[in-house]
Design a protein around this ligand. Sequence first.
Ligand SMILES: *[C@@H]1O[C@H](CO)[C@@H](O)[C@H](O)[C@H]1NC(C)=O
Ligand SMILES: *[C@@H]1O[C@H](CO)[C@@H](O)[C@H](O)[C@H]1NC(C)=O
Ligand SMILES: *[C@@H]1O[C@H](CO)[C@@H](O)[C@H](O)[C@H]1NC(C)=O
Ligand SMILES: *[C@@H]1O[C@H](CO)[C@@H](O)[C@H](O)[C@H]1NC(C)=O
Ligand SMILES: *[C@@H]1O[C@H](CO)[C@@H](O)[C@H](O)[C@H]1NC(C)=O
Ligand SMILES: *[C@@H]1O[C@H](CO)[C@@H](O)[C@H](O)[C@H]1NC(C)=O
Ligand SMILES: *[C@@H]1O[C@H](CO)[C@@H](O)[C@H](O)[C@H]1NC(C)=O
Length: 302
Amino acid sequence: MAMGSSWKALLAAVAFLAVLEVGLVSANFSDQCNITWGAPDNAEISDYGNHLKLFLRDNSSGAMVETLKPFIYGSVSTMIKLIEGDSAGSVTTYYTCSDGDFSVHDEIDYEFLGNSSGNPYTIHTNVFADGVGKREMQFKPWFDPTTDYHNYTIFWNPCMIVWYVDSYPIRVFRNHTGLPFPTQRPMYAYSSIWNADDWATQGGRVKANWTLAPFVSEYRDIDLKVCECADGADDKACATTCAKSKYAAEEPCKLTDKEKKEMDAIQLGYTIYDYCVNAKDKAAKDPENAKPVPPECYLEQY
Ligand SMILES: *[C@@H]1O[C@H](CO)[C@@H](O)[C@H](O)[C@H]1NC(C)=O
Ligand SMILES: *[C@@H]1O[C@H](CO)[C@@H](O)[C@H](O)[C@H]1NC(C)=O
Ligand SMILES: *[C@@H]1O[C@H](CO)[C@@H](O)[C@H](O)[C@H]1NC(C)=O
Ligand SMILES: *[C@@H]1O[C@H](CO)[C@@H](O)[C@H](O)[C@H]1NC(C)=O
Ligand SMILES: *[C@@H]1O[C@H](CO)[C@@H](O)[C@H](O)[C@H]1NC(C)=O
Ligand SMILES: *[C@@H]1O[C@H](CO)[C@@H](O)[C@H](O)[C@H]1NC(C)=O
Ligand SMILES: *[C@@H]1O[C@H](CO)[C@@H](O)[C@H](O)[C@H]1NC(C)=O
């Protein structure tokens, strides 16, 4: 008897401690983010800061959240459940971006382009380094991103940027010597929902059906493992500190063989657009008029 009840007491104590520990260590949306557009109507935080909903109600509103602090290197993960049913015309974004002069800015993107019922979302990715962009790759998901939460990660160290979905790498952008790669500008992480029915879905042919509004994307478990810039540090000081941080140093500069196989399988089965393939095709068809193929398209991907 005594044994039984002390076990119960112990279990209760362990459960209580576990809750306490989660309370102490886990980050949440209310602690780490600011709603910079759409509050209070179109952005809602609940469940002790752990559950975020962004609402798209009409063609001119939406919402955006932004991390409070900028960072250089690390990984940003969030569980996201995208708009259910007919999401045509909507875009849900999830990205990092530097402040300041846009013509030389850095940015790492996921954009989730909605679709009509029964048609797949497009997972759009892009990267800007020193203002150089147009590095799009698009995928269709191998799962339904609207019925459950899935884990989207932006990983960034001095060697490479990796886009992970449920811990599978889908894309790598490497730091090739002499080519633009973000190392100097702190970035904030953002997420937003907005109307883009003039272009997003099937080239803009399929519009949002506003009688179905609001359209809602939901978020859980924000996980920032990043080298935050110290309060008051300028970009240069942050770049110097973070270049020496564990986020820059401890991570490998290569995918593992297992990760390479996973990425190859996903790219083979689910890529719907690749800027390198597109540029090479154009150059092959019309060498005189085609734009130059970006140099990294001829270099090792991982
Ligand atoms: C989450 O956010 C709330 C509100 O800002 C805060 O009081 C709390 O300590 C945070 N952490 C957890 C795990 O609830
Ligand atoms: C949050 O965003 C609002 C709107 O842009 C801004 O006025 C406010 O200063 C921000 N708060 C913090 C703590 O950054
Ligand atoms: C947005 O909706 C309003 C009211 O329904 C309409 O008058 C306006 O033309 C729409 N604007 C765009 C850009 O679609
Ligand atoms: C990344 O790029 C910077 C600037 O181009 C370069 O100085 C640095 O050596 C590169 N780092 C790695 C690990 O490749
Ligand atoms: C999401 O994936 C990242 C990278 O694999 C991982 O570190 C993180 O713990 C995952 N988050 C959740 C909630 O599973
Ligand atoms: C929507 O579905 C169509 C038909 O399957 C597909 O061609 C398109 O790439 C999908 N995504 C978007 C954003 O239109
Ligand atoms: C918009 O949604 C309503 C409600 O489900 C439906 O009756 C209508 O047919 C939809 N319109 C279009 C153009 O799909």
